[in-house]
Design a protein. Structure first.
Length: 279
């Protein structure tokens, strides 16, 4: 397993594999890898001959008052995990390697106007730009994204469709802690009290999923989820919404594939979670 810092070096290393007809899988991450990332890497290793894990905290998807400087980083631990699972390369560039003169960006309309996109202007422009760059640098056959970031997943699927990027996007289910909390690198920000309070997210998700399956209408489901979150004193709701899984537009009924997503501040830490209702 090799850590690569330069774009040209990675391209040269991958050339012979591509000539041999070997398949290449890409797992885009911002590092500080946990079991959720591990599930993506394992799936990529199962599906492909060669696996590249990008480990890059992308500065252009952070807003001015967000946690770019404090976002956790640990390339040594990340390298160990990738090697244990069977990844072949980690791409760990410096921001200056990825962005020489920031003039060109990739943006997406409408899908980024709701949920996290509404609260974080410019965030998905940063995500789309870095993913497009990674697709161009690595040239993967498949790329792997977690369903916890469901809006991001929908946006990336639309991105590769509209721009004719020849990569298959593979969604991988949410991985949870034993007590139900969705795994996230930002969970490390939580103190003991906040960590316990954060369980209100998964509690709301599990209850909402059960109610949707039992035939309750969208409004009733969202009201119950809101009630569960508000019962936790350390929690502050950013949004709780039901949207079409592909268009990310608000829905009123469960008569289509629906993403029910929430974002909640626990103290100063913003956490997200979701479930998908399929017709």
């Amino acid at each position: 397993m090799q850590v690569i810092k330069k774009i040209d070096e990675l391209r040269e290393i991958l050339k012979p594999y591509r000539k041999e007809g070997k398949t290449i899988g890409l797992v885009p991450t911002m590092g500080f890898l946990h079991k959720g990332h591990a599930s993506l890497i394992k799936k990529a290793v199962e599906d492909n001959d060669i696996v590249v894990v990008s480990d890059f905290v992308n500065p252009i998807q952070f807003g001015p008052n967000e946690d770019l400087e404090t976002y956790p980083r640990d390339i040594e631990a990340d390298s160990k995990l990738c090697e244990e699972i069977g990844a072949d390369f980690i791409f760990n560039p410096e921001p200056s390697e990825m962005y020489h003169d920031k003039k060109a960006f990739v943006d997406i309309e409408s899908l980024s106007d709701n949920l996290c996109g509404a609260k974080r202007p410019g965030h998905f422009r940063g995500v789309c730009t870095v993913c497009t760059k990674l697709f161009n640098i690595v040239g993967p056959d498949r790329a792997y994204f977690g369903q916890k970031d469901a809006q991001q997943l929908a946006i990336i699927k639309k991105l590769v469709l509209d721009l004719n990027i020849p990569v298959e996007i593979i969604p991988v289910p949410i991985v949870r802690e034993d007590d139900g909390l969705a795994m996230s690198s930002r969970n490390t920000y939580l103190n003991k009290e906040e960590r316990k309070a954060a369980l209100c997210l998964s509690k709301a998700i599990f209850e909402g999923k059960k109610m949707a399956a039992d035939g309750y209408e969208v409004d009733r489901v969202l009201d119950k989820m809101t009630e569960i979150i508000k019962a936790e004193s350390l929690a502050k709701i950013d949004y709780i919404s039901a949207v079409n899984l592909e268009t990310i537009e608000d829905v009123k009924t469960f008569n289509q594939d629906t993403l029910v997503a929430l974002a909640v501040y626990i103290g100063k830490t913003k956490l997200i979670d979701n479930f998908i209702y399929r017709v």
